[in-house]
Design a protein around this ligand. Structure first.
Ligand SMILES: Nc1ncnc2c1ncn2[C@@H]1O[C@H](COP(=O)(O)OP(=O)(O)OP(=O)(O)O)[C@@H](O)[C@H]1O
Length: 224
């Protein structure tokens, strides 16, 4: 479980999130809200990319302030733009990077690389330059790079925003098929209909926290 305890987040003197307390335990949780409402900032709090100004974030009991490395291993993070996530020029090198850091054996790295690339029908791209992949393939590579590190939670920050409809469908399918707990920040309401819980941020606070069939219509009303 991810436990958010009385978290306030401010950049300089501008408060983005105000005294938020939440227990995230469902398998599929969505975070929605207007532009600038703090979705990305909230997502980044969950794996210690951003620290709360006040309060604490605990991941399976580990505080992001004191156990950053362990937390980042438990909570994989997928950025909106895969170009920010893909750091090595060749697909298999990029996948190997995180696993090498975790001291996985060579054989294990090779096997996990094969498994994840076949899962996404990208096995023949193993030795491809990453920058030549399509937008959808890049996002799948970014997701793959997170999954091979075997996280318990996967946080995705607007992973479909830059994609065309076909690639959006591929990523949606990939997200729906994840066995991990998923926490997804998104503007894309189509993605969220099968989720367990939708949390709506508005002006630094939680405006709605409910199942999609209740939360989404409320959100649409709030935005109109
Ligand atoms: N590192 C930072 N330093 C200062 N201000 C920041 C920083 N990161 C975000 N902000 C500001 O905090 C506010 C919330 O940003 P955030 O990206 O979390 O919102 P969001 O809901 O994800 O927005 P969007 O839907 O546009 O992606 C914005 O006004 C943004 O400009």
């Amino acid at each position: 479980m991810i436990d958010i305890q009385n978290v306030t987040l401010a950049y300089a003197d501008r408060v983005i999130l105000r005294d938020i307390s939440l227990e995230l335990s469902e398998r599929r949780i969505a975070i929605i809200g207007a532009n600038g409402s703090g979705k990305s900032s909230f997502a980044r709090l969950l794996n210690g990319l951003v620290m709360p100004t006040k309060g604490d974030v605990l991941v399976d009991g580990l505080n992001t302030r004191t156990h950053g490395k362990d937390v980042r291993q438990k909570v994989g993070f997928v950025f909106q733009n895969p170009d920010n996530q893909i750091v090595f020029p060749v697909v298999e090198e990029d996948l190997a990077f995180g696993m090498k850091n975790l001291k996985f054996s060579k054989e294990d790295i090779a096997q996990k690389t094969t498994d994840i690339l076949s899962r996404y029908n990208m096995l023949d791209m193993r030795e491809h330059p990453a920058h030549l992949l399509s937008g959808g393939q890049k996002q799948l590579l970014a997701i793959s790079g997170v999954l091979v590190m075997e996280p318990t939670y996967v946080v995705l920050d607007e992973p479909t925003t830059l994609l065309d409809l076909r690639n959006k469908r591929r990523i949606t399918h990939a997200i729906n098929a994840l066995e991990q707990t998923v926490i997804l920040a998104s503007h894309d309401l189509d993605l969220l209909t099968d989720f367990d819980r939708v949390i709506v941020f508005d002006d630094g606070r939680i405006a709605i926290d409910d199942v999609p069939s209740v939360a989404i219509p409320h959100y649409i009303k709030l935005m109109s």
